[in-house]
Design a protein around this ligand. Structure first.
Ligand SMILES: C[S@@+](CC[C@H](N)C(=O)[O-])C[C@H]1O[C@@H](n2cnc3c(N)ncnc32)[C@H](O)[C@@H]1O
Length: 223
């Protein structure tokens, strides 16, 4: 959409560092990713997973590498804040997309990127002027898609309700709001009164390859 001015926020500082570093130091990231691409092996994966890196570039390239090679592209940390997803079973994962990274970097140039909880947008969005898009953790649609173990970025039903309240407050102010989520009765009930569009989405985060086809998701809008 290329807005003249945009703000991107997320609660995960590691993810925010990836976005900031792609915006500010894309060539350095590409150089690091090309090395990761050449060196990729099981031993290399577990070695890099154990070493978070020192500079913002090392950390960002490491996270992109782990995301492209780990099991189902998941993001999960243990109670010590260490990334602990095992390696995925990919034959020849493509890790570095230089042109894509450069074009993302160009788009992000005008963007303010910050670590913030979702409700911080209430202090930023201006009535009848701004558009807000929420891309929250999806409400689980099956028991097996729920994380039962420790998850620092867990997002439970109470969080989904607080997010709906934030959505409703923005909408009441005249801000245009859009949100994506899983297609399930809990989410449909939370957003009744708003427009709920059903969309087909290609799902890549599914351990069962047969279920990796298209499933429905919802896109809720205040307008
Ligand atoms: C579906 S992912 C979207 C990620 C991001 N939009 C992207 O495409 O890279 C959901 C995101 O919600 C973030 N999150 C979880 N709890 C949050 C909270 N309370 N406030 C803001 N973001 C949160 C997670 O860190 C995660 O990155």
């Amino acid at each position: 959409m290329l807005p003249r001015q945009a703000v991107l926020t997320d609660i995960n500082p590691e993810l925010v560092n990836v976005y900031c570093t792609v915006r500010d130091k894309v060539e350095a990231i590409i150089q690091h990713l090309e090395i990761h691409q050449l060196c990729h092996s099981q031993a290399y994966y577990y070695d890099l997973r154990a070493n978070p890196g020192k500079t913002s570039i090392e950390k960002a390239a490491r996270l992109i590498y782990l995301n492209k090679t780990c099991y189902n592209g998941l993001y999960r940390e243990n109670s010590k804040g260490q990334f602990n997803v095992p390696m995925g079973r990919y034959k020849a994962p493509k890790i570095c997309y230089p042109e894509l990274l450069r074009s993302v970097s160009r788009v992000l140039k005008q963007t303010q990127i910050e670590v913030k909880p979702f409700d911080a947008v209430l202090n930023m969005a201006q009535t009848n002027q701004d558009f807000v898009y929420f891309d929250p953790p999806y409400h689980p649609i099956s028991l097996t898609s729920r994380f039962t173990e420790y998850n620092r970025y867990a997002f439970n039903e109470a969080d989904q309700i607080r997010l709906r309240d934030t959505f409703a407050q923005l909408a009441a102010r005249g801000v245009k709001v859009m949100l994506s989520n899983s297609d399930c009765p809990f989410i449909r009930e939370l957003y009744q009164g708003f427009k709920i569009h059903t969309i087909l989405a290609a799902r890549s985060i599914n351990s069962n390859a047969e279920k990796r086809g298209k499933i429905t998701e919802v896109l809720v809008t205040s307008y």
